[in-house]
Design a protein around this ligand. Structure first.
Ligand code: BG6
Length: 478
């Protein structure tokens, strides 16, 4: 029995700033990702004021996909990818963000990239903003806290949607802007919005203001996109880390329900086109004022997305009497999070829970009843490349296999409408949260270390051939 649709979009996912490199080439401007230093699980990446001498900025070269994309796409084609999810680096198109005229060299790069994908019948799935706003918009305008940035984003999005209207059908507006619900770690506000919440007296109010601007920007872009090409499929993208009650104690259950509001807030607006009551009540209760303009409600209502793209890596659990310092949290945990004794965790503390993916799919589909797309999932691990060039990443195969088996159940048993599956970091790239290379996700190994040394040579891991079979059998052969 074959449970997945014939046109199921198997592929892989990446983001421009984590793999392209060429950070100042082809007329590209500096982005907010270009001022992030390398860190580790225990040492935060720094957000520097401009570039500091002696600091290492891993995204500058990344894995040099900017020059090596043809070779890499050939490998994706060999695995049988039906689609490839990447993002456009906003600062390649508008180097500072506030120009009136786009950078032709940047536009031409993505023409070549998309043409190469299409040559191999690989459908591009494009995120418009994946943690890489032009740096100038953050420093000169204050990022998405400033409503003017909405116009700059719409201009950028319109430019690329017009340019690539015959090459790209699947779009997503913003990547994981719900990460910034954690206002205590600056990396999230910075990468989502070009804002450091720690600089404000009332970070939560600033969060909801940038959120409003981004939700307006997304809705405007959805509407514009449909005018450019009615066949476009435009989605939103959220990080989905389900929160379980630690126990069946009613207070744990209620806490989990309340905590889930943080997960649903952005998608509720993207998909339903209005603010949910739980957030209006919160704003009223906490005296949070969000500046809105006349007509904003209508904009939100008229720019609902077609599908929900989401990432799933792990689940969390909460306990009502826990007291967790989550100020540096990189794993979706909150103040009440506790270790779930029923699941294992990766070396980076991300809790491995395949069943949680089926739970996530059910929860999201029951709530929204629109097509879902798993646009990130994967296992960040330390891989060893042997002298003969092989890499036995059986643990990655185990992780992916277990997750695929669960999403198949969601389709087969629960009737969830699932468009596709693009495991994260299909080729090794720079980690977002830590800036490391050694946190690898790929089917393809890239010879580069945490300090930036290495030949950048690509080698197939064991998971490469395994995934090829999975795709060829439409998920039957795991
Ligand atoms: C998601 C992001 O949060 O998780 C990606 O969309 C990121 O950009 C991925 O790389 C995995 O996180 P990390 O920190 O392991 O790279």
């Amino acid at each position: 029995m074959c449970s997945l649709p014939k046109d199921f979009l198997w592929g892989g996912a990446v983001a421009a700033h984590q793999l392209e490199g060429g950070w100042n080439q082809g007329g590209k401007g500096m982005s907010i990702a270009d001022v992030l230093t390398a860190g580790t699980k225990d040492q935060q990446r720094l957000i520097t004021e401009g570039l500091l001498p002696g600091k290492y900025y891993p995204n500058h070269e990344a894995i040099d996909f900017y020059h090596k994309y043809e070779e890499d796409i050939q490998l994706f084609a060999e695995m049988g990818f039906k689609c490839f999810r990447t993002s456009i680096a906003w600062s390649r198109i508008f180097p500072k963000g506030d120009e009136l005229v786009p950078n032709e060299e940047g536009l031409a790069f993505y023409d070549k990239l998309f043409d190469t994908l299409l040559k191999y019948n690989i459908e591009p799935v494009i995120t418009l903003s994946h943690f890489e706003m032009p740096y100038h918009l953050a420093t000169e305008y204050g990022g998405f806290y400033n409503r003017k940035v909405v116009d700059f984003f719409v201009r950028y999005a319109t430019t690329v949607m017009e340019r690539y209207q015959s090459k790209v059908k699947y779009w997503m507006t913003f990547n994981e802007i719900n990460n910034q619900m954690n206002t205590s770690n600056d990396i999230f506000g910075w990468t989502c919005s070009g804002v450091k919440f720690s600089e404000f007296a009332h970070p939560e109010e600033v969060l909801y203001q940038v959120a409003h601007h981004e939700l307006i920007a997304s809705a405007l872009v959805v509407k514009k996109g449909k005018e450019i090409n009615p066949d476009f499929q435009i989605g939103c993208m959220a990080s989905f880390v389900p929160i379980y009650p630690y126990s069946c104690a009613p207070n744990d259950m209620m806490l989990a329900t309340e905590s889930m509001h943080d997960r649903f807030f952005f998608t509720d607006v993207h998909i339903r086109g209005h603010y949910p009551n739980y957030i209006l009540k919160k704003w009223e209760r906490d005296g949070i004022h969000v500046a809105m303009e006349a007509g904003d409600e209508a904009i939100l209502a008229s720019g609902k997305v077609d599908y929900l793209g989401f990432s799933y890596y792990m689940s969390n659990a909460v306990k009502s009497d826990a007291n967790n310092d989550n100020s540096k949290s990189l794993d979706g945990s909150n103040h009440y999070s506790v270790r779930n004794p029923h699941v294992e965790a990766s070396d980076w503390g991300w809790q491995i829970d395949p069943v949680g993916l089926r739970y996530a799919l059910n929860t999201l589909y029951e709530r929204y009843e629109i097509p879902l797309f798993i646009v990130e999932n994967g296992f960040g691990a330390i891989d060893e490349l042997k002298a003969d060039g092989s890499c036995d990443d059986g643990y990655r195969i185990d992780y992916l296999k277990a997750h695929i088996a669960e999403f198949k159940k969601a389709v087969e048993i629960d009737g969830v409408e699932l468009m596709g599956y693009t495991p994260w970091g299909c080729i090794d790239l720079v980690s977002f949260t830590t800036g490391e290379m050694k946190k690898r996700y790929g089917f393809i190994y890239v010879d580069k270390d945490n300090e930036g040394n290495g030949t950048l040579q690509r080698s197939k891991k064991k998971s490469f051939d395994w995934y090829k079979e999975v795709i060829a059998s439409n998920g039957e052969q795991l």
